[in-house]
Design a protein around this ligand. Structure first.
Ligand code: NDP
Length: 327
């Protein structure tokens, strides 16, 4: 038996609980992992609270990421004792996930724990931080350099936003943070933000083109915010869009794209190929300041994950939540 969060949906409703689970119920997969740390991402919040249609099979162990140690392997690429990390691939959605003491997964979904990080640090970064890195890499590949101008980060206090600010500041960019929580301005400045704007400036319908303000942007919010971000990007700048915290809609015009040559990059972490993942983790190892990572990290035990998921959905969690699955 092992301890894990289990989500059920039946006649009595949708519910998540912390339970003892029989090992014999672990799903198919070549590699069994003893999990040390997991984390809470926005998608885990949706899954645990049932506020979004994330879970595609019941019962489901949520948790879209984990770090742990291989305890059994039928995949020659992985040996007992190997330290591994998993992000995405539908784990915690269609395949039992990381908010538990054990997981069984396909070998090709795993990456080695990066040498730069402990298992706890890897999950403090988690899927949110690895996605922030994918966004920053998209802007870098576009040719945006620190001298190009300011970079906007929306949803600044969230997991993706916090890591994106820390990374961009370390790389020498001037970062503008958009947030609904101005009370957290000091925290955002500690991470490296140079200026803070109120997210209300961007969240309502507005003109197809605005003043050219930012060379690039990382958007975690979607909806009108993404439309206004695109409308405020400078000539030939770019936006890396990864999130939908405001909404999944995109009520925009083509004006920024056809009149200013703005590029919109879609960022998906879930099905990203192995090479892309490994490059992102290596880049994180080089450019994420461990002290800043610790400053954005809040640790909880597995038994607190359900309550914390509710707080995450209410926008009351700052930075990243790392979960010790063994307490
Ligand atoms: P968090 O919950 O940690 O952060 C989201 C932040 O968005 C909040 O802290 C808040 O920031 C802001 N926000 C919340 N509600 C609204 C709103 N109604 N309008 C505007 N801003 C709002 O989530 P994550 O950082 O983990 O994830 C952010 C987004 O990125 C999510 O939509 C998630 O699904 C997506 N994501 C996508 C991935 C991909 O592969 N494409 C991978 C990982 C995440 P503040 O208080 O500063 O305003």
């Amino acid at each position: 038996m092992f301890t894990g969060i289990l989500i059920n949906k039946d006649e009595s409703g949708y519910r998540a609980s912390c339970e003892q689970i029989d090992e014999a119920l672990l799903p198919e997969g070549e590699v069994t992992v003893r999990i040390d740390w997991s984390s809470l991402n926005y998608k885990d919040g949706l899954a645990i609270t049932g506020q979004g249609p994330v879970v595609r099979r019941f019962p489901m162990v949520p948790g879209i990421d984990f770090a742990g140690t291989v305890s059994d392997s039928r995949d020659p690429a992985w040996q007992v004792g190997d330290k591994v990390v998993l992000n995405g691939w539908g784990v915690g959605e269609a395949h039992w996930g990381g908010l538990a003491q054990q997981a069984r997964v396909r070998g090709e979904w795993l990456v080695p724990l990066p040498a730069a990080f402990s298992a706890r640090q890897a999950m403090a970064i988690g899927t949110a931080g690895y996605t922030a890195m994918l966004c920053v890499q998209a802007l870098e590949r576009h040719g945006i350099v620190p001298d190009s101008g300011d970079i906007l980060v929306t949803g600044a206090n969230g997991g993706v936003g916090s890591v994106a600010i820390a990374l961009l500041a370390k790389l020498g960019y001037t970062v503008v943070a958009s947030t609904g929580r101005s009370s957290e301005a000091a925290y955002l400045k500690t991470l490296g933000a140079s200026a803070i704007i109120d997210r209300n400036e961007l969240s309502a319908p507005s003109k197809p083109l605005g003043k050219e303000r930012w060379a690039g942007a990382v958007d975690t919010v979607g909806s009108h915010t993404l439309a206004n971000v695109c409308a405020g990007i400078r000539y030939r700048g770019a936006v890396a869009a990864c999130g939908l915290a405001q909404g999944m809609d995109f009520p925009a015009s083509v004006a920024p794209f056809i009149l200013r040559g703005v590029t919109l990059y879609g960022i998906d972490s879930v099905m990203a190929p192995q090479l892309v993942r490994r490059e992102a983790w290596e880049h994180l190892g080089r450019d994420l300041d461990p002290a800043k990572l610790e400053a954005i990290t809040h640790e909880i035990g597995l038994s607190e994950a359900i309550a914390t998921a509710g707080q995450l959905m209410q926008g009351r969690v700052r930075g990243r939540v790392v979960v010790d699955v063994n307490r």
